[in-house]
Design a protein around this ligand. Structure first.
Ligand SMILES: *Cc1c(COP(=O)(O)O)cnc(C)c1O
Length: 395
């Protein structure tokens, strides 16, 4: 392909843009993963990971996609035939459900309209009816819809019933972008990945595991080998891994954690994501279009999903934007294919990058002939430059 000047705008909701500092950290020579230098790095990273999950428990790092970490969460804590409760919040919850079914779990699936999150009220009802449920499995931020489930309220619902089920949560697109509190919210297994809020390339999968989850793993009878936590936890005690870890991704991870936690600070990171999400919604509103999420308490600060009016193709809008402005937006997945496009505003991102993104969207809507009003970009600018946004910018 011919050279294209300037930077490609990668505004899909993950993989997200990788900061130059992280890329540079990853370009260091690969080291001996059995040597003393790695041992120090391994131990440091395993400690540095805890605050991002807001946990005192162990975080396990796999060289894998997020999907691998989904499997690790299941096979370490459950047994074939176990009954679990899941919610159809969108494409990612559907894929996790498919995996759970394929592995032989007995899944109670609560159907959904892809516009709302897991309903804490329904969690309470389902658990009250069924003491045999072994785990509640929820996707925190549904990346296919831009809906964030209220995990603390799901935990409160479980507590009201006094139910003993484990709580397994997918934070693959939320960790490091929106607030998540593993210990405070009583989450037993947190599944995460490197390529979204953590600002790394794809290739690392994480499970953070509570004492209760580790205890459950002692009697869980799924066959497991690569994903087995016990070998990993035994090696990790000394800073090592049972097999070759993704050393260069770990250099990048250390750098990203320093940037997010020590330098910008997590509260500022979350406020930044909230501001950009609010500005984006104001732009969508200014265009006279609708976001997919219907409950303001569940609006995602990671991405915004824009509905395209009947009779128009969202994929055509994306194609026109890529062709004309060298920007990638997220495609509609599963049930909302071609009905929506997704604007990612997560990771290494700032106000002017957001304005470029929204300008590309507004121009693309025009080129694709989608009926809309002008003024979305203007509304976002007014918000970002105004006092309301300044309050969070200064925080
Ligand atoms: C991206 C994503 C996944 C899948 O992760 P992979 O690394 O592609 O396996 C799962 N769940 C959510 C919520 C995601 O955003």
């Amino acid at each position: 392909m011919a050279y294209q000047a300037g930077r490609h705008f990668l505004q899909i909701p993950g993989p997200s843009n990788v900061p130059d500092r992280v890329l540079r950290a990853m370009s260091a020579p690969t080291m001996d993963h059995r040597g003393p230098e790695f041992q120090k790095l391994g131990a440091e990273i395993l400690e540095r990971l805890k605050p991002i999950f807001k946990t005192e428990s162990k975080v396990i790092v796999f060289p894998s996609s997020g999907t691998g970490a989904w499997e690790a969460a299941i096979v370490n804590t459950l047994s074939p035939g176990d009954r679990v409760l899941m919610f159809e919040t969108g494409q990612f919850s559907t894929l996790w459900y498919n995996m759970a079914t394929k592995l032989g779990l007995d899944v109670v699936l609560v159907p959904g309209d892809w516009r709302t999150g897991a309903d804490p009220q329904v969690v309470e009802e389902k658990l009250r009816d069924d003491a045999s449920i072994k785990a509640v499995m929820v996707v925190h931020n549904e990346t296919s819809t831009g809906v964030t489930s209220r995990i603390s309220e799901v935990r409160d619902a479980m507590n009201r019933v006094g139910h003993d089920a484990l709580l397994l949560v997918d934070t693959i697109s939320s960790l490091g972008s929106i607030d998540f509190r593993m210990d405070e919210w009583g989450v037993d297994v947190v599944v995460a990945g490197s390529q979204k809020g953590l600002m790394l390339p794809p290739g690392l999968g994480f499970t953070a595991v509570s004492e209760k989850a580790i205890k459950a793993s002692e009697s869980a009878s799924f066959v497991r080998s690569y994903w087995d936590w016990s070998d990993m936890l035994a090696s990790n005690k000394t800073g090592f891994f049972p097999y070759t870890p993704a050393t260069n991704l770990l250099y990048g991870l250390r750098e990203a954690l320093i940037m997010l936690i020590d330098e910008e600070g997590l509260d500022n990171v979350f406020a930044r994501h909230d501001r950009h999400a609010e500005a984006t919604r104001r732009a969508v509103n200014g265009w006279g279009l609708e976001v997919l999420a219907t409950n303001p308490a569940e609006y995602s600060s990671v991405l915004t999903t824009v509905m395209v009016p009947e009779g128009h193709s969202a994929d055509n809008v994306r194609a026109k934007i890529l062709e004309n402005f060298d920007m990638s937006l997220g495609t509609g997945l599963g049930k909302v294919a071609d009905r929506v496009f997704r604007i990612g505003h997560l990771g290494d991102f700032n106000d002017l990058a957001l304005m470029g993104t929204l300008a590309g969207c507004e121009m693309g809507l025009g080129i694709a002939g989608v009926p809309h009003q002008k003024g979305g970009v203007q509304a976002a600018m007014e918000y970002l430059a105004g006092a309301e946004a300044a309050a969070t910018r200064a925080a």
